[in-house]
Design a protein around this ligand. Structure first.
Ligand SMILES: [Zn+2]
Length: 443
């Protein structure tokens, strides 16, 4: 190889300077590029309890990332190394979880526990147990476990350490990339953008494994803050969303347009530029999950003055809501209806329990709906029996009659308390036009 002088090693690489806050194509000064790239991963710190080995590897990765400005190949190496740390984190967490003892259950034999001092011990034991068709005991479950990345992922999900349905699909993709890195079959080059995202995803995954969700995270987000909001609409199809506080302003009733109808809900507030704005807020319907994030019906419909009186009397407060791993019931009767919360389905009168019902776990109602809709087409490869869907980020819990689906939901959630909400919805819908038009409770 050519021996390069120190000055050249210290010089920024042209390609690294091309990535700027405004995308590809500009050109930053080396000092700016060095700072900009480090900022991309500066805030992804690990939780305090994370195992020392995983922490050391992650910190080394963050340190090396900064050198990408001098040597573009570093980004590819960082991305690859991140995927290997993914497996290391699972192994370290497994060792903490098992606390030195793993329990296996044979097909015909009682549970046997084994002492393990290192992950190598776990791996050797798991290999032997697989040959005897014995399963690793995880809480009340037994899982096939061979100690590889696949087995570790299954273990982490069964032990309840990882959550979310869309994040599961990302874990799957990371596992495929990790296998590619461990057994490379071709050349690939990562960009600073790709490498930074892999490092951020890795930080989220490690923190979640050690029980800490990420505020504003992409994979394992912390619960979102919900505030009290007022939704309103008029007969010409105009819709508004305002914070409840807007109604207590001194002149809030002055220009009151009596034509507007109002609802009070608990919802994710609209913040310009936020990753979590609910693009479907104007689809709100008290009977169906037609907004992207959980939106809770509180009062209405009524006039602005009535809404203000109710708010002043009741003084409802915001809360926080986890939107991942929700359970939805989807009713198929004449056409496919929007997803419903199990509690609302449990409160339906008998004549509205008709048709086939599907109980689906998903992060978003649209994910549950699309899974059910597309599972009619066998060539699309969606799961038709209980379990994780290989074609999308839904999990099938069960289907059949209204009772069957509700039982499947209760098996996942625990006892379901029926609620009966007054019908309340904004009149026009772009995303969910297929809803019963008449008041469903008027008969
Ligand atoms: Zn599916």
């Amino acid at each position: 190889m050519d021996i390069r002088p120190l000055a050249e090693l210290r010089a920024a690489e042209d390609l690294s300077l091309a990535f700027s806050p405004y995308g590809l194509g500009g050109r930053m000064r080396p000092e700016e590029a060095a700072e900009f790239q480090q900022r991309q991963i500066a805030d992804c710190d690990l939780a305090t309890g994370v195992a020392a080995g995983t922490r050391d590897s992650f910190e080394r990765l963050r340190t090396v990332f900064a050198y990408g400005v001098l040597c573009y190949d570093v980004y590819t190496m960082v991305g690859d190394q991140a995927l290997l740390i993914y497996e290391q984190a699972l192994r370290d967490r497994f060792m903490e979880w098992c606390a030195g003892t793993v329990i296996f259950r044979g097909p015909q034999t009682p549970d046997v526990s084994y002492t393990v001092a290192s992950y190598d011990d776990v791996k050797k034991r798991a290999d032997r147990m697989m040959r005897r068709r014995a399963q690793l005991v995880v809480g009340t479950h037994g899982i096939e476990f061979n100690g590889t990345l696949h087995g570790l992922r299954q273990w982490a999900r069964t032990a309840g350490l990882l959550r979310g349905r869309r994040s599961r699909a990302v874990e799957e993709a990371l596992a495929k990339l990790r296998n590619h890195v461990a057994h490379p079959s071709g050349h690939h080059v990562d960009t600073p953008v790709g490498a930074a995202r892999t490092v951020r995803d890795l930080a989220e995954l490690i923190n979640q494994l050690w029980g800490q969700a990420t505020p504003d995270g992409r994979l394992y987000p912390a619960p979102l803050r919900r505030e009290i909001a007022v939704l309103s609409w008029n007969s010409s199809g105009r819709t508004r969303m305002e914070p409840a506080g807007a109604l207590s302003a001194p002149d809030s009733l002055k220009d009151q347009d009596d034509e507007y109808q109002h609802l009070v809900v608990r919802a994710i507030p609209f913040i310009p530029g936020s990753r979590w704005n609910d693009e479907h807020w104007a689809e709100f319907d008290s009977h169906y999950e037609t907004t992207q994030f959980p939106t809770e019906y509180l009062w209405g419909p009524g006039t602005r003055a009535e809404a203000r009186t109710w708010l002043e009397h009741e003084r409802p407060e915001g809360d926080s809501a986890d939107f991942t791993d929700r359970v939805f019931l989807v009713q198929d009767h004449e056409h496919l209806l929007p997803p419903m919360r199990p509690a609302v389905a449990a409160g339906l009168p008998d004549n509205q329990r008709v048709g086939i019902w599907h109980a689906i776990r998903a992060d978003f109602p649209a994910d549950a709906f699309v899974h059910v809709r597309d599972s009619g087409d066998r060539s699309a490869g969606h799961a038709r029996h209980p379990g994780d869907c290989p074609a999308c980020s839904a999990e099938v819990l069960g289907s059949g009659s209204h009772d069957d689906a509700l039982r499947a939901a209760a098996a996942a959630l625990g006892p379901i308390l029926a609620v009966q909400l007054p019908p309340a919805r904004l009149p026009t819908s772009t995303f969910w036009p297929e809803r019963p038009q008449a008041d469903p409770r008027s008969d």
